[in-house]
Design a protein around this ligand. Structure first.
Ligand code: UDP
Ligand code: MG
Length: 341
């Protein structure tokens, strides 16, 4: 494969008890690699002495780089900052609490060498509380039932992405981020690598229930407009029920006038009619809101896996030039065809 650079991105939120072990283990794990390595640590507003420990690392190990965010932005944004800053030909996203076994990253790299753009680690088992397992399972079931794209189950953000997948991901600037969904959405050749997830080494989870719910909402609402379509469906169901109700009211009013209170038929008909109509109208508004949401997210319209036959001529506007194509890993060096530099 020749040489290249592998970037590891570690989001750090109150991980002082894990940083030394993480760095030590990672240093061991990457030893056999034929690539250069960089460790990108993103300090996500830690309140312990994580930052000091990280700065200490940069002094003793030139492979370490630290991005200190201005406050706690949350895991997904911390990872985004790290991926944005990473310079590698492949980027590995990993938790910093030793839950993602460092040696598995070598298997991810092996898949990248085979030509995959995304290698995501998929849990065979996990050491977490029964509550976490149950909620996670429920979440992925709901997500996949609702979502328009396939989001692999039992995966976290532990994964490798190639340079071109990272460049594509960089075009997703939505604020409520659900990275694993975005990476699925981006496409490219993806593959799962099974692994056993460990328990957290030290410290406590930075994902309390509140953040978990928020995260689940980002995943579902970012990748599905089904909740909005639900309004229309419910609207239709209610309209049909309303129609039946109206027929019943008219029936009673005409054939059993002595049972009906004065004004009853009119009142009930209005209520049923307006109720059904309102839901249908809200559904129509909902479908426009859904479209606005899609536009506002401003995701890239498409991703290019590879181009062929572009290297001879000048770059065409909007289409990646030969320079970008030959810069992607796994592609052979071009014979100096494009010399735009
Ligand atoms: N993390 C972060 N910002 C946060 C919460 C967590 O950067 O606001 C980091 C944390 O340091 C860890 C990773 O994200 O490296 C996963 O978090 P955690 O282990 O707390 O989540 P869990 O494994 O319990 O889902
Ligand atoms: Mg964890």
């Amino acid at each position: 494969m020749g040489t290249g650079l592998i970037s590891y991105v570690f989001p750090i939120y109150n991980e002082s008890g894990n940083i030394a072990l993480l760095h030590q283990t990672m240093s061991e794990v990457v030893k056999p690699l034929a690539y250069d390595v960089e460790f990108v640590f993103v300090n996500d507003g830690s309140r312990d002495d994580s930052l000091e420990l990280l700065i200490e690392l940069t002094r003793s190990d030139p492979r370490c780089r630290v991005i200190d965010l201005s406050r706690n932005f949350g895991h997904q944004l911390a990872v985004t900052a790290g991926v944005d800053a990473a310079r590698g030909d492949a980027i590995i996203i990993m938790d910093s609490d030793m839950q993602d076994p460092p040696e598995v990253s070598l298997e991810l790299i092996a898949k990248w060498e085979e030509g995959y753009d995304v290698a995501y680690a998929q849990r065979r088992s996990r050491q977490d509380t029964a509550f976490k397992k149950l909620t996670a399972d429920l979440f992925y079931r709901t997500l996949n039932a609702l979502s328009e794209i396939e989001i692999p189950r039992n995966t976290g953000d532990f994964r490798l992405i190639s340079r071109r997948a990272a460049d594509q991901l960089a075009q997703y600037r939505e604020h409520d981020r659900f990275l694993r969904g975005m990476i699925s959405h981006a496409g490219y050749k993806q593959i799962a690598v099974p692994f056993d997830r460990h328990a957290r080494h030290a410290g406590e989870t930075g994902y309390p229930l509140r953040k978990m719910l928020r995260f689940a909402a980002d995943g579902i609402m970012g990748f599905s407009s089904k909740p909005l379509q639900l309004i229309t469906r419910v609207g239709y169901v209610f309209s049909v029920l309303a129609l039946l109700g109206i027929l019943y009211v008219l029936f009673v009013r005409i054939f059993f006038p002595e049972v009906a209170v004065a004004g009853w038929a009119f009142t009930v008909i209005v209520i049923l009619l307006v109720g059904g109509l309102q839901l249908v109208m809200m559904g129509i508004i909902g479908s426009y809101v859904g479209r606005i949401y899609t536009e506002v997210k401003n995701r890239p319209l498409y991703g290019v896996q590879e181009t062929y036959g572009f290297s001879a001529g000048p770059g065409v506007a909007g289409v990646p030039t030969a320079v970008e194509v030959t810069a992607s890993p796994g592609t052979d060096e071009s014979e100096g065809a494009a010399t735009t530099a």
